[in-house]
Design a protein around this ligand. Structure first.
Ligand code: FAD
Length: 522
């Protein structure tokens, strides 16, 4: 006997007037970080099964704010998820696909919530796309087990990467831990078999859900929050205004972004991508992180603009395809080395390096709020707070500064990024942070340290990026903007209301080198 007895009786009563509901055993797709219809592996597969069996398709989403917060999700990302789910629900309705929204009180509750709903829906199977992170993997194992106990099969599909993790390996079957050879093999495999990135449409038309099924759906749906739910703190109005302009929800908008980038900017991408002041990258990361657009679709568009070539032709397209490969590379690392999900360094020999780990330390606070006295660092950290995004070049600069100038643990920086990024993604974020801290893959040698002033002069030569985000320095014209203390002197900086540098780069980076060497026993 289950708690569903009462409802199944009600369904039976209704069935006297309508066709027998037992005839409908929907195929369920549990949507997570794959918030789109096009080229969605699980959805495509489920639609084929549904059409073949004459069963309706039901899509399910679990709202789980406590779990999301436990994973350090940014409130602005949570908001973006809810908006994208709502857009997806509306788009699916036009295709006869019903949508169930469920709510879980905590991470631990998710498997039972999903299982109960699948049972209530009398589903004949459930499909989902794999999320590779460690907690998500454990969660899915539990759901599989709970459902198997009820004789309901579940199918996990590969979808998040262009090439399935584990596919690109050395001839000896070893994992690539360096990007360039990984990319070479990645390209070879994809060139040999273009079906690997062929876009897959959903089957249609899909059978219509019976009134009884719709009634069950209404009964179990908890509704989608319209604002960022507790325990998240609401994002600032400035951030909301920015996100609404920059990241309109839903896959149609992601596609417009992709198409306009490929049409207007991909050609110049190789030269433009390192100029934070120009802001000419695709800005697709938030959509890719939530699966609002498929990475294969991004690849196909880039290849279409480059005569189907991966590694020759337009420099811009080749470089952009390489960035999509970085995304696959870091997912691959996360799958092959799950320890990176557990706060451990990729390079185990760096585990004994001593970092400052106090999140209350004034140096950390100055970095978080953009008050280090290094203008390019401060501009980046303030862009993160204002936009929920930071330019890739500046992410590298601020990450290097936190770890190698301030000697602060990369894990604090990684967490701060996750809590503010609209595109927060464990694999890419962890990969980027460990790269910068010299604890990760393919990293620059630990003794090569970014000089923030030189980086600023090179990548923001006119200072336009700094002026945009550090208003105190708006009136500083010319090269002085990169090094206000050195060029203008402390009294002038104080008059402008800007801070003096919190550390001296030369001394601080020397201290880091000593500490790092000690940590790795050199
Ligand atoms: P584009 O330059 O247009 O690139 C296209 C796509 O390729 C991106 O949307 C992204 O999906 C992928 N990509 C580009 N660069 C990288 C990279 N270095 N690693 C992995 N994928 C890449 N990216 C995230 O998506 N989420 C993160 O949480 C994240 N954290 C980072 C932390 C640090 C310290 C660093 C150095 C990088 C991080 N990145 C992260 C990678 C990169 O900065 C962003 O993907 C990029 O800035 C997004 O802007 P865009 O969409 O305009 O990228």
């Amino acid at each position: 006997s289950t708690s569903d007895d009462h409802d199944s009786k009600r369904v039976k009563d209704d069935a006297q007037a309508a066709p027998p509901p037992a005839a409908q055993r929907p195929v369920v797709v549990w949507i997570r970080s794959d918030l789109r219809i096009s080229d969605n592996s699980a959805l495509t597969r489920a639609s084929r099964i549904a059409v073949a069996d004459g069963n309706p398709l039901v899509v399910m989403f679990v709202v789980s704010p406590n779990e999301w917060l436990e994973h350090d999700m940014a409130a602005i990302k949570c908001r973006f998820i809810l908006h994208c789910v709502s857009a997806l629900r509306d788009a699916l309705a036009l295709l006869n696909v019903s949508f169930v929204t469920l709510t879980a009180a905590s991470r631990r509750d998710v498997p039972q919530v999903v299982c109960d709903a699948v049972v209530r829906l009398n589903a004949n199977r459930i499909l989902w796309n794999i999320e590779y992170e460690i907690h998500e993997t454990q969660r899915d194992k539990k759901v599989t087990k709970l459902l198997a106990d009820r004789q309901i099969p579940s199918t996990a599909c590969h979808d998040q990467c262009i090439l399935m993790p584990g596919k690109a390996r050395t001839k000896e079957g070893k994992v690539y831990t360096v990007f360039t050879p990984f990319k070479k093999t990645w390209i070879t495999i994809l060139q040999k078999d273009p079906s690997l990135y062929k876009l897959q449409p959903m089957s249609a038309p899909l059978p219509v859900a019976s009134p009884a099924l719709l009634e069950t759906i209404t009964a179990i749906s908890t509704g989608l929050p319209t604002t960022v739910p507790q325990p998240f703190e609401a994002p600032s109005q400035e951030l909301i205004d920015f996100a609404d302009k920059m990241y309109p929800a839903g896959e149609a908008n992601a596609r417009i972004r992709l198409e306009s980038f490929v049409k207007a900017r991909i050609k110049g991408y190789k030269n433009d991508r390192d100029s934070p002041g120009k802001d000419l990258t695709s800005r697709l990361s938030a959509y890719l992180a939530l699966g609002v657009i498929s990475p294969r679709e991004c690849l196909v568009e880039a290849l279409n603009a480059n005569n189907q070539k991966f590694d020759s032709g337009s420099d811009g397209a080749v470089t952009w395809i390489s960035e999509l490969c970085w995304r696959d590379f870091y997912k691959n690392i996360l799958v092959e080395y799950p320890r990176v999900c557990k706060n451990q360094p990729f390079k185990l020999e760096t585990d004994n390096v001593t970092w400052t780990t106090d999140p209350e330390s004034p140096l950390f606070k100055a970095w978080c709020t953009g008050h280090t006295g290094y203008p390019i660092v401060d501009a980046g950290m303030r862009q993160l707070l204002a936009e929920g995004w930071m330019h890739n070049r500046v992410r590298m600069i601020v990450a290097s500064f936190l770890t190698k100038d301030l000697g602060i643990d990369w894990r604090l920086g990684e967490k701060h990024f996750m809590r503010h990024l609209i595109d927060g993604d464990l694999a890419s974020n962890n990969g980027g942070w460990q790269w910068a801290a010299s604890t990760g893959t393919d990293s620059q040698p630990y003794f090569r340290i970014f000089n923030p002033t030189l980086q600023s002069e090179k990548f923001d030569p006119a200072g336009s990026y700094i002026r945009k985000f550090v208003p105190e320095l708006k009136g500083v014209l010319g090269k002085e903007i990169h090094d206000p203390k050195g060029k203008l002197g402390l009294p002038r900086i104080a008059k402008l209301g800007y801070v003096a540098p919190i550390v001296d780069h030369k001394i601080a980076s020397q201290a880091f080198l000593e500490a790092f060497k000690r940590g790795i026993g050199k």
